[in-house]
Design a protein around this ligand. Structure first.
Ligand SMILES: Cc1cc2nc3c(=O)[nH]c(=O)nc-3n(C[C@H](O)[C@H](O)[C@H](O)COP(=O)(O)OP(=O)(O)OC[C@H]3O[C@@H](n4cnc5c(N)ncnc54)[C@H](O)[C@@H]3O)c2cc1C
Length: 377
């Protein structure tokens, strides 16, 4: 196996993300259900759970101690939501054997000292970790098993038609019987049909100064926290610093000051963190197809796509890679579960505008729900 990477291993989203590992897909369960029906949707959710197990097993089997695994993901609601959370908890237990614990508003506010939050579901089987160290360890394992990893090697031209495929970089070429395209939000136009099937969407993360006492005045849990909004905030305390991610935009250039934008978000949730300084900020690109599900499947004989994981990629890239590998080795056809999520055109510049408008509409709906809840309280 030969891996070609334009820059460095995990230079893309896989090395820049928030590190939250949990079941599910970038598409909401309700959207998946609507498109494929209950049995198929359950099969896909089970795959997403298998993806979480794969990450856990890789960390354990390869002894990746610097992945710094910390158990617990807390999904908080910013409006009164007890009934819906109870229903979700019960469904997840009955269908998938997942044990989620419902925390009351009082319990949540004992952990997160913000008046923004209402109830939460605590998932102690999900976890957060150091994604870059994890990805680098996987690359080392590929090399140990006899694979080759070439960094600074962008695929700039491909010839995929014949039995033997050729992938060219500026300084060489690789001949292969099978090619897997996995460029995520950084995929360029070497295969135009694939590039037209998704939109690159940018999102942001910041890391604060070291301020354990100040942060403990706001956040009293080691679990990762994410709010229930569609492009909401997610954050966790890492060795006395706050790592906070959020916002999405279809502008793929960095905004002038990511840190200032996210700092305002932090202070709006936790006024007591208004003085917390941001030390580092970065952005990353995610690939979103119109249906928000990954683009997994053959593009032509022996040419596979394994991309489009959006903002929920840690478990899903793992299982996506497994089902493609199984298909190449002719061990299973589980990739067919992704057939309803086709490589449809993303709408070009109009697609970009539509994605941004949808995001603003979602923000508007979230805002109204919070306001209604605040009025009722
Ligand atoms: C800021 C941020 C926070 C996130 N937080 C989370 C989270 O907490 N939990 C979660 O589950 N998911 C999260 N995600 C989503 C997750 O990181 C992605 O879905 C996942 O990493 C995508 O993996 P990938 O391998 O498809 O793409 P990437 O990791 O982006 O890798 C693609 C690689 O392909 C390379 N490449 C592209 N084109 C070429 C070419 N022509 N030749 C050679 N190489 C090429 C790129 O350089 C890049 O390194 C987040 C994403 C971002 C950006």
């Amino acid at each position: 196996m030969t891996v070609l990477e334009s820059r460095r291993i995990a230079w893309g989203a896989s090395g820049r993300n928030g590190g939250f590992v949990s079941p599910g897909w970038a598409a909401r369960a309700s959207q998946v259900l609507k498109r494929v029906g209950p049995d198929h949707a359950k099969a896909l959710f089970r795959l997403s759970m298998e993806g979480v197990t794969m990450v856990e097993e890789a960390i354990r089997d390869l002894g990746i101690s610097d992945a710094n695994v910390t158990p617990g993901i807390l999904r908080v609601s910013r409006y009164e939501n007890t009934r819906a959370l109870e229903q979700l908890r019960d469904e997840q237990q009955a269908e998938f054997g997942r044990h989620l614990r419902l925390l009351t508003r009082e319990e949540v506010q004992g952990l997160l000292l913000s008046n923004k939050y209402h109830q939460a579901l605590l998932d102690e089987a999900s976890f957060h970790f150091h994604p870059l160290n994890y990805a680098r360890a996987l690359a080392r394992e590929i090399v140990r098993l006899g694979g080759r990893v070439h960094e600074d090697s962008p695929a700039v031209q491909v010839d995929l038609g014949g039995q033997e495929k050729t992938v060219r970089t500026p300084s060489g070429e690789v001949k292969a019987a099978t090619v897997v395209l996995a460029g995520g939000g950084y995929t360029d136009s070497i295969v135009p049909a694939l590039r037209r099937s998704f939109l690159p969407i940018a999102t942001y993360v910041v890391l604060s100064e070291l301020a354990p006492d100040l942060i403990a005045g706001a956040i009293r849990t080691k679990a990762g926290v994410s709010d229930g909004r569609r492009a909401g905030d997610y954050y966790r305390v890492v060795d006395g610093r706050l790592l906070w991610g959020g916002r999405i935009t279809t502008r793929t250039t960095d905004p002038r000051d990511i840190a200032a934008v996210i700092r305002r978000e932090i202070a709006a949730t936790y006024p007591q963190l208004g003085a917390l300084k941001i030390e580092t900020a970065w952005s990353g690109l995610m690939a979103y197809a119109r249906h928000l599900m990954p683009l997994i499947g053959p593009l032509m004989p022996n040419v596979w796509s394994c991309t489009g994981f959006g903002g929920h990629g840690l478990n899903t890239t793992a299982i996506g890679a497994r089902v493609v590998a199984e298909a190449i080795a002719q061990e299973s056809d589980r990739y067919r579960l992704f057939e309803p999520f086709s490589f449809a055109w993303n709408g070009g510049p109009f697609g970009t505008a539509a994605a941004q408008l949808t995001y603003w509409a979602y923000q508007g709906m979230d805002f109204l729900r919070e306001r209604r809840s605040a009025r009722a309280a």
